[in-house]
Structure formats: structure tokens, C-alpha cells
Ligand binder design. Structure first.
Ligand code: ATP
Ligand code: MG
Length: 555
């Protein structure tokens, strides 16, 4: 629905122009090219929604291509997690491909450039090459090897491949323009030597292509029509075009959009890996992480993430998105879909002194009052002793406190109206028990008491309650833009996780499923943790009920 109402984004405009012009016979093929060196994060979700979304909109397809040109940082664990996350977000790729599958072809492309006298083997060290490149205001100077003959270059490149040289001893460079105002065009590296085991090609190769040589050519091999990436690749685009032009291969085109930046969040995989390794978080899927797997474990739904990506749109300039928009999206989704349950996080006992001892009533509560029919219901047992929230009682309640205190009345959700007549304190002054009477003719749904009470509170029957651990999460960083600081770890919020060891939850919650959202009435949205067990139930708070963003939107 959003799609039809909204005007086209600039990439959609380009695609529609291309289709009109009959380019590639109107075919649209995009790709999502993760490097398997970490778990996907919410920034990747933006790229995924864009690439797969474009393909869906224009009857095209999207390839999943693992950009696995760096054997040292990559792992099959990451490959598996990436596939799982994309599927979970609701997308299916046309083909699962690996840049490493193109190593032979990429090697041949490099040989072709050498034969065209457009590439050469350089023995200079990394420092020598950097120094000879000049500065943005001063042209570079050729290194001694730039004038090597084609024959010599062919032999040396072959020897590089055959393992005759050590790491860093030689590189293959494109021969373009040492005076180019674009530093990426000053004879960029195409291949480097790396004697390292690759997670897919094993020990077959000891030379690996650089990103700039692998990416465009891989796009071209797959006949990608629109290769969408983030803004930092703008200066790489001339090289992308140069390689495709000189090799005279399929003319894929690169387009750039602004990456997602979120307040109070770091997004780079390198930094996220540090958080895991330095034990600031438990794992890549810690519910505080901005990873897809972390958000999933936290209780985010695929629809809420897709919706978020749709809302933020596609821009040509860097910006910072308020993380409360993401929270708004999950709240909006869960308000419609979460089943309502009762849980008492900070319990104090309430005794209904005129309720018969040993009596139990099986009250009925709708699962989801937001939809017609309520999506069924569950039984909520009620008895003489119940747990309520400590904060729902005040000894000296002010005027507008519509909860419990001596002489005050309140409705117990799904049950009766009760009036407080007494309470018990321990020697430290803590309330240990609240005594109430109930009105037998005030039962929810069949209330004939005629009494109007302002407040309704949640509760759980003591005899039927189950124990659960509840994890409350806060932002992982105190700084709005932690990535801008010299050391992003300095602004880590030491109170990002608060654990309630023993909360009481209604018995039906033993059927809770990880990933399904539950609204603990008056307390927020929760989901069962993936590591929860029947003996030790654990719930994660996805998001609170309070909503600062909705107010912003209405302004
Ligand atoms: P990181 O810097 O987090 O490690 P990356 O760009 O190195 O990310 P890749 O695996 O290379 O990660 O990225 C796969 C795709 O996802 C690329 O097309 C990249 O442009 C895109 N992408 C990565 N981060 C973001 C982001 N924050 N917003 C939008 N797209 C992103
Ligand atoms: Mg990368």
C-alpha cells in the first residue's frame, strides 16, 4: 500500500527510465553482496529491502552473492547466519553465488588486462606504492616496474599464482592514470598475494582479487542490471566502469544510496565483533545488538523491520535516523499482533479476605482484543491470594492515584472490583501483604454492582503463577552517535541490561513461543528468549509501551 501512495525513489526512477528505453530488454536483476565476515545488521536490512524490493516491484530477481575475497576474515558460520536472516526477513534470492566461484574467470580477466598493457606486476612495498601515488593535489610518479613488458608481466603474474612469492612481495596493479584527480584511478591494486586457506576454495589460490576488481566483474558475469551500493563507493565508480569497459563485458551499472545510521547504535561489523569479543554483549544475537539475529531474539518481527526500511526511504545524502522510529515500528506491529497476558514483575501479595479459601475460578481472557474474535482466549485462574505490582499500592496515596491504597478501589483485570482495608508491613517498613475485600457481583462482563472504578490493574494468582526471569534492555550506548567518538566503547551504557530474577507470570505463558510477541498488560511487549527452558523461563522485553515517537509524528 505504501508503495503505491509514495512517489518513486531515485533508483526506481532510473529503473523505470531504463525499462522505458528498453535497456536489457526491460530485465531487472539486482544483487545483495554481503561479505561473510560477520552477522547482518539493520543497515544490511535496508540494503536487502531495497534490492529485493526493487526486483519484486519490477518483476525482476535478486542474487545473493557472498563477496568472499578475503580468506582471513570469512567463515561458513557467517554464510549460514546471513542466509537465515534474509529468509527470515521474508525474501528469497534467485541464485546463491560466491565471488570465489569466479576466481578462475577473474584471473583470466586480469591476464586480459595485462595483455592489453593495462595492468602490471609491481614489486614495490605498500609504503612505496602509497608514497608514489602522490596526494590529491599532487600527481603520482611511476614506480620502476610500471614499464615492464607485457611478456614479463604475464610470467610474473603466473608465478604469483603459482606461489613463488611471499605475501606482500608483489601486487598486480591496473595501469590507468597516476595524475587522476580520483586517487582510486591512480593505478589501483587488482590482486594481492595472501597465503591463506579460503573457506571455499581451500588452498587452490594464494592470490586474491581486490574488492574493486572482483565486484564489478562479478556483477558483469551475473549480468546484474542495477548494482546498488552505499555512498562511500561513489569514488570507486569510475574504476568499476573502467574495468567493464576495457574488458568489454556486460555493462552492469553502479548506483549509490545513503547508508543507514541509527542513533545510539554502532553498525559496522568490525565494531560489533569487538563488542562480542570483549564480552560487552553475550553474542552476535544478544538482544541489545543491532544485528538481525539480535533484533529477532529481542522480539522484533520481520514486518516491523521491513516497515521501518520502507518508512526511512532511500536518500542520496548521509543522515541519522532516530532509533525511536524503529521502536515505533515494532510497537505498532505488536499492538496489532501481540497476545495479551498478565505478568507481575515486582510482586507483592494481595489477599482477598472475603473470598472463599480453596476456591478457584477459571476466568476467560481474550488473546488479542485488537482483532475481531480476539484470536481465541485463554483461561486465567483466580483465587484468594494474588500477586500484584508493588507500585500499584501506596500507603498514602495522592488524589489521582487510581490504584490501591487504604480505602481505595480498583478493578482486577478480567475479574472483580476490590477494596483495600488493611496492609501488613515488616520491621523495615516494607509492605508485605495487602488485604482487600471483593464485590461478588462485580465480575467483568457480568457486573451488576453499579460501581464505577477508574483504575484496572493486572495480577496473577499465587497458587497458579509460574516463575520467570525477565530481561529488560536499554540502549547499548549513552552517546547519540557512538561511532563518531575516538573510542566508541567509552559510551557503552553500563545499565543496558536489567535482570529481574523472579517475576510471576500467568500459567498460560508456559506455552509461549520464542519470536511470538506478548503484551504483558501495562508492562510492555515481550517474547520468550531462544535459550529459555521449561525449568527456567526467560522473557526478553522487546519494547516498552510508552511511545515518544508517536508524539513526534503527530506534531
Ligand atoms: P560493515 O561496514 O557494517 O562491515 P559492509 O558494507 O562492510 O558493512 P558488506 O557485507 O560488505 O558490509 O555489505 C553488504 C551490503 O550491505 C553492501 O551492499 C553494503 O553497501 C550494504 N550495507 C552495509 N551497511 C549498510 C548500512 N548501514 N546501510 C545500508 N546498506 C548497508
Ligand atoms: Mg565490507
Amino acid at each position: 500500500m505504501l508503495n503505491e501512495e509514495k512517489s518513486l525513489n531515485f533508483i526506481e526512477e532510473i529503473i523505470e527510465d531504463d525499462i522505458q528505453a528498453g535497456k536489457h530488454d526491460g530485465r531487472v536483476l539486482t544483487r545483495f553482496p554481503p561479505e561473510p565476515n560477520g552477522y547482518l545488521h539493520i543497515g544490511h536490512a535496508k540494503s536487502i529491502c531495497l534490492n529485493f524490493g526493487l526486483a519484486t516491484k519490477y518483476n525482476g530477481k535478486t542474487n545473493l552473492r557472498f563477496d568472499d575475497t578475503n580468506p582471513v576474515t570469512e567463515d561458513t558460520e557467517y554464510v549460514e547466519s546471513i542466509k537465515k536472516d534474509i529468509n527470515w526477513l521474508g525474501f528469497e534470492w534467485a541464485e546463491e553465488l560466491y565471488t570465489s566461484d569466479y576466481f578462475d574467470q577473474l584471473y583470466d580477466f586480469a591476464v586480459q588486462l595485462i595483455q592489453q598493457d593495462l595492468a602490471y606486476v609491481d614489486d614495490s612495498s605498500a609504503e612505496e606504492i602509497a608514497a608514489a601515488k602522490g596526494t590529491p593535489t599532487e600527481p603520482g610518479v611511476p614506480t620502476p616496474n610500471r614499464s615492464r613488458s607485457i611478456e614479463e608481466n604475464l610470467t610474473l603474474f603466473q608465478e604469483m599464482r603459482d606461489g613463488k612469492y611471499k605475501d606482500g612481495e608483489k601486487v598486480l596493479r591496473a595501469k590507468i592514470d597516476l595524475a587522476s584527480p580520483n586517487m582510486h584511478m591512480r593505478d589501483p591494486l587488482l590482486y594481492r598475494i595472501k597465503h591463506a586457506h579460503h573457506h571455499r576454495t581451500g588452498d587452490k589460490w594464494c592470490i586474491y582479487p581486490m574488492y574493486d576488481f572482483a565486484h564489478g566483474q562479478s556483477d558483469s558475469i551475473e549480468k546484474i542490471t542495477h548494482s546498488v551500493c552505499t555512498l562511500e563507493f561513489i569514488p570507486h565508480r569510475p574504476l568499476y566502469d573502467w574495468c567493464i569497459d576495457k574488458l568489454a563485458i556486460f555493462p552492469s551499472k553502479q548506483y549509490e544510496f545513503a547508508r543507514l545510521n541509527l542513533t545510539y547504535t554502532v553498525m559496522s561489523k568490525r565494531k560489533l565483533l569487538q563488542l562480542v569479543n570483549d564480552k560487552f554483549v553475550e553474542s552476535w544475537d544478544d538482544p541489545r545488538m543491532p544485528t538481525i539475529s539480535g533484533l529477532r531474539r529481542r522480539g522484533y518481527t520481520p514486518a516491523s523491520i521491513r516497515n521501518f526500511c520502507e518508512r526511512i526511504g532511500i536518500a542520496k545524502r548521509e543522515n541519522m535516523i532516530d532509533v525511536s522510529l524503529l521502536e515505533f515500528c515494532i510497537r505498532e506491529d505488536l499492538n496489532k499482533s501481540a497476545w495479551r497476558r498478565m505478568a507481575v514483575l515486582d510482586p507483592v501479595k494481595l489477599v482477598i479476605t472475603n473470598y472463599p479459601e480453596g476456591q478457584v475460578e477459571e476466568l476467560i481472557g481474550e488473546n488479542n482484543p485488537e482483532v475481531e474474535g480476539g484470536e481465541g482466549s485463554r483461561i486465567v485462574p483466580f483465587s484468594r491470594e494474588i500477586w500484584i505490582e508493588r507500585e500499584d499500592f501506596m500507603e498514602n496515596a495522592p488524589k489521582k492515584f487510581f490504584r490501591l491504597g487504604p480505602g481505595l478501589t480498583v478493578r482486577l483485570k478480567h475479574a472483580y472490583i476490590v477494596e483495600c482495608h488493611d496492609f501488613v508491613k515488616d520491621e523495615n517498613g516494607n509492605i508485605t501483604e495487602i488485604h482487600c475485600t471483593y464485590l461478588p457481583n462485580s465480575k467483568s462482563g457480568e457486573d451488576t454492582s453499579g460501581l464505577k472504578v477508574k483504575g484496572t490493574i493486572h495480577w496473577v494468582s499465587v497458587a497458579h503463577a509460574k516463575k520467570a526471569e525477565i530481561r529488560l534492555y536499554d540502549r547499548l550506548f549513552n552517546d547519540e552517535n557512538p561511532a563518531a567518538a575516538e573510542n566508541f566503547k567509552e559510551s557503552i551504557n553500563p545499565e543496558s541490561l536489567h535482570i529481574i530474577k523472579e517475576a510471576y507470570i500467568e500459567p498460560d505463558l508456559i506455552h509461549a513461543e520464542a519470536g511470538k510477541g506478548y503484551q504483558f498488560i501495562r508492562k510492555g511487549y515481550y517474547t520468550l528468549d531462544t535459550l529459555s527452558t521449561a525449568d527456567h523461563l526467560v522473557f526478553n522485553r522487546t519494547v516498552t509501551l510508552k511511545d515518544s515517537w508517536a508524539k513526534e509524528v503527530k506534531k
